[in-house]
Design a protein around this ligand. Sequence first.
Ligand code: AMP
Ligand code: MG
Length: 412
Amino acid sequence: MRPLPEAQREVLAAIDQLPTERIELAAAAGLALAEPIVARHDLPPFANSAMDGYAVIAADVVNAPVTLPVLEDVAAGSVPTLSVTPGTTIKIMTGAPMPDGADAVVPVEDTEPGQREVRILAGVPAGESVRPAGDDVAAGTVVLNVGERLTPPRLGVCSSLGYARPLVRRRPRVAIMSTGDEIVPPETSQLAPGKIRDANRFTLRGALEEVGADVVDLGIVGDDADELRATFATAAASADVVVSSGGVSMGEYDLVKHLLAELGSVDFWKVAMKPAKPFAFGSLGGKPFFGLPGNPVSVAVAFEQFLRPALLHMMGSDKLFRPRLHGILEQDVKTDPMKIVFLRVNVAPGADGLLRAHLSGGQGSNILSALAAADAYAAIPVGVAEVPAGSMVELEMMKMPEARTAAEVTGG
Ligand code: AMP
Ligand code: MG
């Protein structure tokens, strides 16, 4: 059996980054930057008011209350035509440029506005409620680096700095198929004896969309050499990555193995992990191929440990693996000491604020309901046979974005 980190390293080493392209910001969510985002100007570009109020010279209002004549009103988007001179004020709205001469803003709440003057009720220190130019980002600063994925606030940063078409790596197109004579589509209203509805294609589609890939759904393929051959060929021709589920465990090994050998070079691996020990990886028609096991939980675990990091690597992301937090496992659990075991757990903070984890249901690799209910995988390392209740464990958080690099996880 291959240790998991070694298998992950091998997969990542075999996969190239996708080409770069410029893309409209509106379509860029989740993509990784292929250029740094450098501030071409100060942000904000000009000193402006943080409050609706009155721009003043702070020294004029130390002895508040004082009454000052209001020279003009400045709204956001317009510019002052006058300067604040000693003993005067200009009414200003949030985001409007500070008039020359003024060095502070008295919030409207601390005033009694009159017709052409205002009574200032409280003094303010110089600088109060003023956002200087470059307060957020100074011109020339590198705000975002190559490899950072465009989260919502990062999209906002790009827009603020005029990067309307940032350079990113394009989305991977991923072909998926479910294999097995027993698998029927979800629309099947009456299950014939021996048949089950397809889970994996939809688990995969959701996971692929979450990571930002485009999905090419090739449907369900029976355990039939000609059908499999044709579908694999279509997949390799129409996508950047080919993913199948089922058919890589011992029972069906031979059929798929021969076929894949005709179309490319694929290795059948036994990875020291549970679930998802059997796993096929290689290339089909020049495209990376991932043959995931058939059991629904194995599909999800193999996706998280191999496919998701590989796709993020193709997309140029600097982080590939989801974060691990520490928490206390509340149950006694026996695990396989020869493998890293990914237990499906619920996670919530206890009264002391520390994270507590408990099994979210049955731990068979077919128990999709327990995976659906889970928040995290408790990763029990190789060499551990029993985890007594109260042990501290590592929790790989299923719903948090990636936070760990390949080097951190695979050691190289
Ligand atoms: P296999 O790897 O093809 O031997 O499949 C292992 C187990 O996973 C079997 O019980 C299959 O019926 C089941 N399985 C395979 N593909 C799917 C699928 N797409 N949805 C749900 N279960 C599946
Ligand atoms: Mg099968």
